[in-house]
Design a protein around this ligand. Sequence first.
Ligand code: MLT
Length: 206
Amino acid sequence: MSTETEMSFIHRFEPATASGSVPLVLLHGTGGDENDLLDLGRAVAPGSALLSPRGRVLENGMPRFFRRLAEGVFDEADVKRRASELADFISEAQARYGLEKPLALGFSNGANIAVATLLLRPDTFAGAVLLRPMMPLADMPDADLRGMNILMVSGAMDSIVPHANAARLAAALSERGASVAHEILPSGHQLGQADLRLARDFLARL
Ligand code: MLT
């Protein structure tokens, strides 16, 4: 495995060790980086290639995937621009590393940029695992998500993502044709073992 800086995003890439496994794009939360979700990726998708970019926006020194004006209040023009940059990076990485269309696995801010990318550049991902996501755009664009499997995992006591927001997101993705499993755990915003089990079981069934 290596850390690469010459492509458009600083990232880490781990090649697949099992043939036929779908690659995962790992998208970290606020203040994380390209190293954060590698263990999680290995645990939920053993043998899969892992592509893990670092968000290019800095908020008080903390990497993120798009700008926000306050907690839960997003700079939507930036969301759109960054989703497009991420989609371009993923195509670039697919060509460079010889990857088939990947699944997204994102946590918090990383889940939110995954949603924006699903909606704005629906050819980028084959499906997604969204851990503690929320609506990244007030007006969700139309997109054809038919045939896409999405797991959303929310926390019943999440102080960052209101339950109604997560429910609206699940409905919006379903309305666009995705097959959405929305699980709600008795937890807050942080991840735990139950998230790992749900993600692993979902990926194993694909
Ligand atoms: C976001 O900014 O994307 C969400 O508020 C989640 C977070 O990163 O705190």
